[in-house]
Design a protein around this ligand. Sequence first.
Ligand code: GDP
Ligand code: MG
Length: 161
Amino acid sequence: NLSSDTDFSGIKERTLIAVKPDAVQRRLVGEIIKRFEQRGFQLVGLKMLQASDKLLSQHYVSLQRKAFYSSLLYYMTSGPVVAMVWEGPNVVRSSRLMVGDTDPATAAPGTIRGDYCLHISRNVVHASDSVEGAQREISLWFHPSELVDWDVCDQKNIYHL
Ligand code: GDP
Ligand code: MG
């Protein structure tokens, strides 16, 4: 179907992926980047940082009343995080599927959580859960000048342009 093949809306969709402190300590940064790169998504922002309580309280604002909230902040500030912005068609939905269920106990094998962790309190990676949420989170974690608009040379082979 020509019209659906030529519907390029959503190609510039972006999401925030963060390699959490447990995964940085466990040397899983390369493995996690590799999965998004090999899938065909495009890296448009990348940095390592020690996240502050302030940043995390904004990032996890919807979880502030949860019983696990203070342990979540302790976990997320226990060491450096690698924050990334990935771009591509339906990247928000696809990356949630690649990351797997929040609870590694039910995350499917083949997903990042299903392959690399066991417990919900140390689940190795963050992925935004909606397009609006992704925009909000990207603006919290990155200054616009830290995001790079660039053309990848093999787009034709990946997006069927
Ligand atoms: P996500 O979008 O899959 O990361 O899940 P949520 O947005 O619901 O929760 C954010 C993060 O809080 C999760 O990735 C976990 O690190 C943590 N979390 C969620 N639920 C629990 C829980 O029941 N116990 C603990 N210890 N941490 C949790
Ligand atoms: Mg979430």
